[in-house]
Design a binder for this molecule. Structure first.
Ligand SMILES: CC(C)(COP(=O)(O)OP(=O)(O)OC[C@H]1O[C@@H](n2cnc3c(N)ncnc32)[C@H](O)[C@@H]1OP(=O)(O)O)[C@@H](O)C(=O)NCCC(=O)NCCSC(=O)CCCCCCCCCCCCCCC(=O)O
Ligand SMILES: Cc1cc2nc3c(=O)[nH]c(=O)nc-3n(C[C@H](O)[C@H](O)[C@H](O)COP(=O)(O)OP(=O)(O)OC[C@H]3O[C@@H](n4cnc5c(N)ncnc54)[C@H](O)[C@@H]3O)c2cc1C
Length: 618
């Protein structure tokens, strides 16, 4: 295709086969990026041309039967043999078998494998290794390897998620993925000087930047062990846009359909209204439309932040890694939770036709919902964000200035909402900041009281993890609201567009408060009267958005071929499309289905069973 931008390439493939989940998905999403981000220049020179020209087709094999979340608990081992200058890969237990990696069972002939590195009798934690698993001549499985598919799943039918295990497989030392130091463009000899504390070894073997294993097996620690987690941070930063796209497409389908579908006479003898005119339909769909816009903006922000921080990391400046990790982990969880729940509501809003594959909605749902699990199970990701927020809280209490998006933490909580009938965007942001600051403080206080009560750190952590989860969720929600408001206020949009988008942004903020009212009212921040303002404003916003609802989904500009939906067609010819879809069903290609003779006929006409037996023998 010649498209170099990862997101553009992904969207191009989506247009060609929307939500089909290509058997090369992991090759693009994780195998190529891992080589790009974690391999040395020499390794990139060797592997990238092969991978970019589909000689090497690969995946990212990290998760095992027994471990997915806890990477440091992975059991696959890579033990360095200085005599032969090789790593010996082994799956010592049943639970150490790799399990789940996409495109692994039948498609890939290589994979990057996360394994526990052992050298000179010591463990150095999880590292990435390039492993060939099938012949590049005839695709046969190589000796010392067992590989296959894991069987049917909830969705992802076109992706051969697989299992993989090693029986003392030897790979060359050069196959440990390590990128040379990126400290600017320092001369090569300085690079060597920077990391090699033991001996100078030929550059092509030098395993630099994150860590290295010298020929004699000496291991040099990386600048930060989490750099090896870089591919996951990249995908988490991408998943936010992916989730937003799924929700936006579901909104296009359900809102266009709701403008076409008429049901139930509004009054005796009256005409049946468009179901989009029912306030309850607006209550379910319009906040999701607002959420789709909000998550698209959040996805752009977090991916751009990833690019900026990754650029810094490439130069050796790891300062913003913790903030990027907290942002990408939290927003990945928040966006996939919101999108998955929202797509299901869109499906239900389409009635029976929403349950048909013809609607395109089931396919979107099963493609987006695993995002709550893969690339970091959502609860675990929220708790990673909470871990960062707790650190920020203690820094705030020590009077330290906080970076970027966490400056609200530690603020004075003895204030009331400025909310008036007008429901100003600034008052909405203030409400979300107050809620998040209060929940961060409550979680920190809970931890503190448990520790003061004699609990160990890990016991206090687990004993506070529900409140930590609430705090992280509120932090992500604040991010999305504030990012949306900033975009509206910063954008040089035409006055008409600003008016329409301001209503959408207001609805996102108002609806989020009303759906989480307890967290906003628990400390009296809002009065009952102010809640009344919000409830009336929400209903008024439905009326305000209704005339532009179809235009707001058209603005996402998804072609019919991407939506793959009889309900969401741009021309609105829903019923003809549904009928044509039904007529084209394979079972309708014969008037009597073959199973009639074998199963029904003996019931209906037992006297003619012999005919059935004859047919059964066909
Ligand atoms: C993070 C973990 C849960 C825990 O890790 P550890 O145990 O090692 O760390 P600690 O919890 O002890 O914390 C120590 C310390 O480290 C910091 N930390 C942790 N992680 C990171 C990180 N990544 N970066 C920076 N710092 C990090 C942490 O904050 C602590 O710091 P402090 O001590 O200072 O507090 C870890 O175990 C973990 O990550 N687990 C999750 C495992 C996981 O994610 N697995 C994924 C496997 S691969 C997979 O699932 C692939 C799925 C398929 C993907 C295909 C999707 C394609 C669709 C999307 C692509 C779209 C592209 C187009 C985009 C578009 O649409 O536009
Ligand atoms: C469609 C799909 C595609 C995938 N593709 C790949 C791939 O290409 N490559 C790959 O390596 N992996 C892949 N995976 C695996 C995926 O990354 C893991 O499933 C994911 O990381 C979650 O780990 P787990 O399955 O072990 O769940 P667990 O970690 O066992 O989670 C189970 C439950 O335990 C809870 N839990 C776990 N740890 C904690 C904790 N510390 N605190 C609180 N609660 C906790 C979780 O919140 C969750 O509710 C894929 C998975 C799916 C579904």
């Amino acid at each position: 295709m010649g498209i170099t931008d990862m997101q553009e390439a992904f969207y191009y493939r989506e247009c060609a086969a929307a939500h089909e989940n290509s058997p090369l998905g992991l090759h693009y999403a994780m195998f190529l990026p891992t080589i790009n981000k974690q391999a040395t220049p020499e390794q990139k020179k060797k592997w990238l041309p092969l991978a970019e020209n589909y000689k090497m087709i690969g995946t990212y094999a990290q998760t095992e039967l027994g471990h997915g979340t806890f990477i440091r608990g992975l059991e696959t081992t890579a033990t360095y043999d200085p005599k032969t200058k090789e790593f010996i890969l082994d799956s010592p237990t049943l639970t150490s078998k790799k399990y789940w990696p996409g495109c692994l069972g039948k498609t890939s002939n290589h994979c990057v494998v996360m394994a526990q590195l052992y050298t000179q009798g010591k463990s150095h934690g999880p590292h990435m290794f390039m492993v060939q698993i099938r012949s590049m001549e005839d695709h046969s499985v190589l000796p010392g390897i067992e590989v296959g598919v894991i069987g049917n799943k909830f969705g992802y039918g076109t992706n051969d998620n697989g299992f993989l295990s090693f029986d003392k497989l030897r790979i060359p030392r050069e196959n440990m993925l390590m990128r040379y130091s990126q400290v600017g463009r320092i001369p090569r000899e300085n690079m060597l000087m920077r990391y090699s504390q033991v001996s100078r070894i030929p550059r092509e073997n030098m395993l630099m930047r994150y860590s290295q294993v010298h020929e004699d097996g000496t291991y040099v620690k990386p600048q930060n062990a989490k750099l090896a987690y870089g591919s996951m941070v990249l995908i988490r930063s991408s998943i936010v846009s992916d989730a937003a796209r799924g929700l936006a497409q579901a909104c296009v389908i359900s809102i266009r359909y709701s403008a076409v579908r008429r049901q139930t006479e509004a009054y005796p003898g009256g005409e049946e209204p468009q179901i989009l005119d029912y306030q309850t339909q607006q209550y379910r769909l319009f906040p999701l439309l607002a959420s789709a816009y909000s998550l698209q903006l959040a996805g752009k922000y977090v991916f751009n932040t990833y690019l900026e921080v990754n650029d810094q990391i490439e130069k050796g400046n790891l300062e913003s890694m913790p903030e990027l990790h907290a942002l990408s982990a939290g927003l990945k969880a928040f966006s996939t939770y919101e999108a998955s729940a929202g797509i299901e509501v869109c499906r239900i809003c389409c009635g029976g036709h929403g349950y048909s594959q013809a609607s395109g909605l089931p396919k979107i749902y099963v493609d987006v919902v695993p995002g709550c699990t893969y690339e970091g199970e959502n609860t675990v990701m929220m708790l990673q964000t909470a871990r960062y927020l707790m650190k920020c809280y203690s820094r705030a209490k020590q009077g330290q200035k906080l970076p970027g998006f966490v400056q609200y933490i530690g603020q004075n909580l003895n204030k009331k909402s400025c909310m008036s009938e007008e429901v100003a965007l600034g008052c909405l942001v203030m409400a979300y900041e107050h809620r998040a600051a209060r929940l961060v403080e409550a979680a920190a206080m809970r931890m503190q009281s448990l520790i003061q009560g004699g609990k160990k750190q890990h016991e206090a952590w687990n004993g506070s993890s529900v409140q930590l989860f609430w705090a992280a969720k509120a932090h992500c929600h604040l991010f999305c609201v504030k990012n949306f408001v900033d975009a509206i206020q910063a954008k040089s949009l035409s006055s008409k567009t600003v008016t329409v988008m301001k209503s959408v942004c207001q609805l996102y903020g108002v609806h989020g408060i009303l759906e989480n009212l307890g967290e906003f009212m628990q400390d009296g921040f809002f009065s009952g009267e102010q809640v009344g303002y919000l409830q009336r404003k929400m209903l008024a916003l439905f009326e305000n958005i209704r005339p532009n609802a179809v235009a707001l989904v058209d603005a996402f500009d998804y072609p019919d071929m991407v939506l793959g939906s009889c309900l969401g067609r741009y021309d609105g010819q829903v019923y003809q499309a549904l009928y044509d879809y039904a007529k084209s069903a394979p079972m309708n290609q014969t008037e009597i289905h073959s199973t009639y003779y074998k199963h029904l006929k003996p019931l209906i006409n037992p006297e003619t069973t012999s005919d059935a037996m004859q047919f059964a023998k066909l």
